[in-house]
Design a protein around this ligand. Structure first.
Ligand code: SAJ
Length: 405
């Protein structure tokens, strides 16, 4: 392989599309992932995740020789850290993957190299990694360009948003910011906004917290409307006719590896100040619990009315519509909770975007819909929109699929 200009550490939902995009720009990318299966799949020109247009981008990049994957990094001039930052018990952020990735490239670093973290990180992480690098490689002090640039892409629309979204870029000093700006300018059409590393880190956390708070408002409305016997979907549509109101949609909770996680990075560091952010997390988590309780109640009511156990279809496992990603999924949580209370009822677990699951037996959505007495719509997948409802079914619509235009 030609000498890589970029080493990308982490070939997941963000790292792989970014690697493919950079490679499309005829820049040699050496992608690194700890999972040998992922490495093998990518080197065969294939992908291990579902994301529109990613398959052709990776296939072309590998075929043309601009993208190669490996389990170990090699020397380059730019290093991108795009690894997960989950949270530990007590909702504290876990930056151990960022640290491990940094340690993996430590011996390879040389003067003038660009080191960028894209992983969502608690404020101060970039400076912390800088201190780590310079304490292990003191001869490089002040000679590297260290910056933070959060990704902002929406799963399902990654290939478009990677190119067209604006980016916020913050270096640990002005020169690092400029170097990182020049790097992203090569393949991003959106505007690039300069700041410092701490502000860029906080900006990412605030974007997702803001959305979480707004969704919590919609979810809270759904609980109020359920008691008040008001159709929340109609209510929101009407309220949004006001020129300065824009309420989001309630659902069965907030999932994914970003919005359901990132607000905790603020709450854990600033617990006294982040009241609304913390409460929004509680409201959105409670909404999932509430949905599971609703299914339980529907089961008991059915049995009382019909004198037999119902069969139940749980429609959707993914964390949002039309993707195969089950991480932090409220639908999965509800399914687990409902199954914990199972008492000889028949269950159909549905997820049109996956064929098998190690815990759940997956049933075809049409078959489940035909056979079940109680249908609980957990995720508004496109497949479900054309199902013709029948009067003899009990329908629990947690994601507004029946109210979409
Ligand atoms: N959801 C609702 N109601 C809504 C909108 C979303 O209940 O009106 C739920 C979804 O069903 C899902 C969760 O919220 O469970 C999150 O979905 P999402 O589509 O809002 O966001 P993500 O997690 O797929 O992507 C977010 C995006 N952030 C923002 O919109 C501020 C994306 O731009 C980020 O790049 C991504 O997080 C990330 O990686 O941080």
């Amino acid at each position: 392989m030609n000498k890589p200009e970029v080493v990308m550490i982490g070939l997941g939902y963000i790292g792989l599309p970014t690697a493919a995009l950079i490679a499309q720009n005829k820049t040699h990318v050496h992608g690194v992932d700890i999972n040998p299966k992922v490495v093998e799949t990518i080197n065969a020109g294939k992908i291990h995740i579902i994301e529109p247009e990613l398959d052709t981008a990776v296939a072309n990049a590998v075929k043309e020789g601009y993208l190669k994957a490996s389990i170990t990094p090699i020397m380059a001039s730019t290093y991108l850290i795009v690894v997960p930052t989950p949270f530990k018990a007590k909702n504290e952020p876990d930056t151990s993957f960022v640290e491990a990735a940094t340690r993996a490239i430590l011996p390879l670093l040389k003067p003038e190299d660009l080191y960028i973290i894209e992983s969502t990180s608690p404020v101060g992480t970039t400076e912390k990694m800088m201190h780590l690098i310079y304490s292990e490689r003191p001869e490089l002090k002040g000679q590297l360009h260290i910056a933070y640039c959060p990704e902002r892409v929406l799963p399902g629309n990654v290939m478009y948003e990677l190119v067209h979204n604006d980016r916020v870029i913050g270096g640990v000093d002005v020169k690092a910011t400029e170097k990182a700006m020049a790097f992203y300018q090569q393949f991003i059409k959106g505007s690039l906004h300069k700041t410092n590393a701490r502000t860029a880190e906080m900006c990412k956390l605030v974007e997702n917290s803001s959305r979480d708070v707004q969704i919590a408002f919609a979810n809270e409305l759904s609980l109020i409307c359920d008691k008040a016997d008001i159709n929340v979907w109609e209510l929101i549509k009407l309220a949004n006719k006001h020129p300065r109101v824009n309420i989001l949609q309630p659902g069965c909770g907030v999932g994914g590896h970003c919005i359901a996680v990132d607000p905790y990075f603020i709450v854990s560091d600033y617990p006294m100040e982040s009241k609304i952010i913390g409460t929004a997390r509680e409201v959105n988590n409670y909404k999932s619990f509430w949905c599971a309780e609703k299914v339980q109640t529907a089961k008991l009511e059915f049995e009382l009315k019909h004198g037999r156990k119902p069969s139940i279809a749980l429609m959707g496992l993914a964390f949002k519509p039309n993707i195969d990603d089950l991480r932090e999924s409220p639908a999965k949580y509800i399914t687990q909770k409902v199954l914990q209370n199972a008492n000889n009822e028949e269950y159909f677990i549905v997820e049109p975007n996956i064929t098998e699951h190690k815990v759940f037996k997956i049933t075809n959505y049409k078959e489940a819909f035909e056979k079940a007495d109680i249908i609980a719509f957990l995720v508004a997948h496109k497949e479900f929109k054309n199902l013709k409802l029948k009067e003899n079914k009990v329908v629990l619509d947690f994601c507004g699929i029946l109210n979409q235009n």
